[in-house]
Design a protein around this ligand. Sequence first.
Ligand code: CMP
Length: 168
Amino acid sequence: MERSHSAANAAADRKITFTRTATCKAVLEKQMAIEQTLSIIKPDAVERNQIGAILSMIEGSGLRVNAMRFVHLSKPQAEAFYAVHKERPFFGELVEFMTRGPVVVIALEGDNAVSAYRALMGATDPAKAEPGTIRAKYGSNLGENACHGSDSAENAKTEVSFFFPELS
Ligand code: CMP
């Protein structure tokens, strides 16, 4: 009698444990969002032989390189890519800088990749970027800030397909 009572308790415990595990898994899956984002290693970092160091930080963070290409942007390409900034006073300077030499365009994938990569890059202005971030380590100023990253999941889709239409 006592035996079957404890067997019933054990079965009930197992059921509770299973239910908890299933719930935790569902919560975790909901929190995880596998995304793509676009990274550009800009001409200043390419000129200084910093491609490898930046890629190493990207891979070390757990983000995966899905596709990567070395490209020297033409003026119309840079203008089209940064069209959202065309009314800003720094637009001409930005286009001139981005066409100064080759860049490395990279489609990254990972859990919450857009915000994960933005955290890894640090603030747009390297002087304000958290120590240890890409821009704090390799950026020079607001214009020459070593790297670009998409600023939202929606823009990431547009930017990834700008350089890698085959991924969309
Ligand atoms: P990025 O993430 O590539 O997106 C737009 C870029 O414009 C930004 O990084 C900066 O490099 C650049 N930018 C933003 N503000 C300024 C500014 N005030 N002067 C020059 N460049 C700027």
